[in-house]
Write a protein that binds this ligand. Structure first.
Ligand SMILES: Cc1cc2nc3c(=O)[nH]c(=O)nc-3n(C[C@H](O)[C@H](O)[C@H](O)COP(=O)(O)OP(=O)(O)OC[C@H]3O[C@@H](n4cnc5c(N)ncnc54)[C@H](O)[C@@H]3O)c2cc1C
Length: 305
């Protein structure tokens, strides 16, 4: 009886990763890792200590056809209530979060917070990233989506990116192999481990003032500080998603406890009883309204898993 109870509980906790020397949790609530604090569970979740451990997990997922997704700051992903039936990896260990100034470049780990990289650059008197100071998330997430705004994007400064492929091997991709467009890059086929950003020498105190100004302007233009809002759509060429949502009369739309944010129509605000499915429904409803009223297909910014 005891023996049977023991084997059933150990088979429940056993994972295909048990022999890899990596702590893997089961049924991890991804709400703990997303900006909005919403979303279901991941079948498997881990935060590998270094590239070797990451490689073992990646290779195992590849061999056993277990879907694998990376999560950074979770500021651009929406995990359904039903969760994700695969492995989610977060590069939060110190080895993935380094920021090393090598004038006039900065080497940054994929797990480093973008705001920390911007601050380190400014402190060192290196310019080129300060317009990114109000973008939430990590370097990895920023590279995948070429984070930025009207003042420029991260892709403009990327010299090379170190990536891991599905078989666990790593390679460095230099500028000639990288493509960055508005809120898009071709780094969607790999795991980003880190990058080298080429910057310009500039006076640190002038740069600090510019960064602070950008911070204030950014905060007034978008609600980056609050964890109850997320960006819905990419800006189409020559206009803003915010203006199109307003023109389509979609400002008042709601779904469950998700609503269009009153202060900025390209953001969704999640109420206290909101689920990630409410957010997804609202994004789809607003998108349909813009299509019907204006004949324009908005591309979602937030990525639904
Ligand atoms: C309030 C608010 C304001 C925002 N303002 C802006 C803005 O001004 N400009 C802008 O561009 N965006 C903005 N965003 C969107 C978001 O912050 C950016 O897209 C950000 O770069 C996402 O980074 P992240 O680390 O949170 O990525 P996540 O949301 O965790 O992930 C985004 C994507 O990157 C992938 N990914 C993450 N890390 C890795 C890795 N190491 N290797 C491979 N893939 C990886 C994920 O799998 C996912 O596909 C805003 C979002 C919010 C909530």
């Amino acid at each position: 009886m005891n023996q049977r109870a023991h084997s059933s509980s150990s088979s429940e906790t056993a994972t295909p990763f048990d022999d890899l020397g990596v702590a893997v949790s089961r049924h991890e609530p991804l709400s703990h890792h997303t900006w909005l604090g919403l979303g279901g569970t991941a079948a498997y979740f881990c935060e590998p200590i270094d590239s070797d451990a990451l490689g073992r997990v990646v290779k195992r997922c590849h061999e056993q056809q277990i879907p694998l997704r990376m999560i950074g700051g979770g500021s651009n992903v929406l995990v359904p209530v039903a969760g994700f039936e695969g492995m989610v990896v977060r590069l939060s260990a110190p080895g993935f979060c380094g920021i090393d100034v090598q004038r006039p470049a900065i080497i940054a780990g994929a797990g480093a917070k973008l705001v920390h990289v911007v601050s380190a650059a400014v402190q060192a008197g290196l310019s080129g990233l300060e317009t990114l100071v109000d973008v939430p998330g990590t370097v990895g997430g920023a590279l995948v989506g070429n984070a930025g705004g009207h003042g420029g994007d991260i892709g403009e400064r990327v010299a090379d990116v170190t990536v891991m492929l599905a078989d666990g091997t790593t390679e460095v991709r230099d500028r000639s192999r990288l493509a960055f467009e508005s809120r898009w890059s071709n780094l969607d086929d790999c795991i980003i481990i880190g990058c080298r950003l080429e910057l310009d020498e500039e006076d640190a105190s002038l740069l600090t003032k510019r960064m602070q100004k950008q911070w204030i302007v950014g905060r007034s233009a978008q609600p980056s500080g609050t964890r109850t809002v997320a960006m819905m759509f990419k800006d189409p060429l020559g206009t803003t998603a915010e203006s199109l949502v307003a023109q389509a009369g979609a400002r008042e739309l709601r779904a469950g406890d998700a609503a269009v944010y009153a202060a900025h129509a390209n953001y969704v605000v999640a109420g206290p009883h909101c689920s990630s499915d409410d957010v997804r429904t609202l994004v789809e409803t607003v998108r349909s309204r813009v299509r019907e009223k204006l004949g324009i297909e908005l591309a979602p910014q937030i990525e639904v898993w």
